[in-house]
Design a protein. Structure first.
Length: 386
């Protein structure tokens, strides 16, 4: 391409110097040829430089225009963005302290994913069709509905407990032990409730049908506090919610005993407190009611004991406990134990046939937490599975 420009340059130079004097007196022709020659001369002389600049820009690795330069300058003024979130020193200490648990966790996660990352089998269609000719209040129909409802509740309570387990791990890994105990409390309550429903499926519909009562109370209070929501939840909508809540309450037949202030009917879900439920499903889990549920309650609600638990007495008075790594270590061990118990219950209730894998995970649990700082000296895995 450069040669073309130089040919034009030479041709233009010849036109200007030679043809100019040999064209004769015709001024018009002389002017035309001289002009063409001058253009070729200038093009031939300046072309290589222009073409070279174009090539340099075409193959340059730098910005093509001022916009890239401007954007690069703007980026220099952006604030520093962290590469992680959380308490990095506490995370490193947690990793160092709990290496054996963290090595076990992927296998444990794989096992409980089999429990909850699946489709819940619907009720048997042939059994349902056999009940169609019966009345809604027939014992066989009620039993079928109780078992079907219980299965869904048990599955989703377990799924939520698995979420709790992950959240406890995240909080404990950042040294937030007290916060981990709040979620541990929820995990314990879901486990006990799921086990209780598995043992007594007749309670399942009452548990499920309590939702309209909570919904009515919640929306009523919400409309009182935020009047603007009355346009979203108008009177007609609230009237239907109220009717649903009244129907749910009627099923409970809530006659209260004047002495114990508990419902006298056996149909009321709320007649049994959580510690009593734990005693009915597993005596060992009842023993964890205090260290897990009561401790978590103290941390979840505003009370003086919760404050006291976060203070350290020193020679100069009391100091607030900014980080709770010892509580975090205890919380993750408790959570590991509850997760295994939930896996056992789900496996047995739904007949998932993971007994061998569960035994291996219990053996790993005992190996990890068998030291003197453990919650217990071990768990009898055979008894739990059987």
């Amino acid at each position: 391409m450069i040669k073309v420009f130089w040919v034009a340059f030479l041709f233009g130079m010849l036109s200007v110097t030679g043809v100019y004097w040999s064209i004769g007196p015709g001024i018009l022709y002389r002017w035309v040829i001289t002009s063409v020659g001058a253009v070729l001369f200038i093009s031939g002389l300046g072309g290589p430089f222009w073409f070279g600049l174009k090539l340099k820009r075409l193959f340059s690795t730098e910005g093509d225009d001022w916009q890239e330069t401007k954007e690069a300058a703007d980026e220099q003024h952006l604030p520093m963005v962290p590469v992680g979130v959380g308490n990095a020193p506490a995370q490193q200490r947690f990793i160092q302290r709990h290496q054996r648990f963290l090595a076990e966790y992927p296998t444990l996660f794989e096992l409980y994913s089999k429990m909850f990352i699946r489709t819940v089998q619907p009720p048997d269609e042939s059994e349902r069709e056999a009940l169609l000719h019966l009345a809604d209040n027939d014992p066989a129909v009620l039993d079928f509905e109780d078992r079907s409802t219980a299965n869904y509740l048990i599955f989703y309570l377990g799924r939520m407990a698995a979420d709790d387990f992950g959240e406890i791990l995240e909080l404990s890994g950042n040294g937030a032990g007290f916060a981990a105990f709040i979620h541990l409390r929820s995990m314990y309550e879901r486990l006990i409730t799921a086990m209780y429903l598995a043992k007594k499926p007749s309670e399942a519909r009452l548990f499920a049908e309590s939702s309209p009562i909570y919904k009515f109370n919640y929306l009523t209070r919400l409309r009182e506090l935020i009047p603007e929501l009355k346009t979203r939840y108008d009177d007609a909508f609230m009237d239907q919610v109220r009717k649903d809540a009244e129907a749910a309450k009627a099923k409970r037949k809530q006659q209260m005993c004047s002495k114990c202030h508990q419902p006298v009917t056996n149909e009321a879900w709320t007649r049994v407190s959580l510690d009593v439920m734990a005693r009915e499903v597993d005596v060992d889990l009842e023993k964890l009611y205090g260290p897990i549920y009561i401790e978590g309650t103290c941390q979840a609600h505003a009370n003086s004991l919760g404050i006291e638990r976060r203070l350290i007495e020193t020679a100069n008075g009391y100091q607030y406990k900014d980080i709770s790594e010892e509580e975090a270590a205890l919380a993750i061990q408790f959570a590991h134990r509850l997760m295994l118990r939930m896996i056992v219950m789900q496996n047995g209730h739904f007949k998932l046939n993971h007994d061998d894998e569960i035994r291996e995970r219990y053996l790993a649990y005992n190996a990890i937490w068998s030291g003197p700082s453990s919650v217990s000296s071990g768990i009898e895995n055979q008894n739990e599975i059987d």
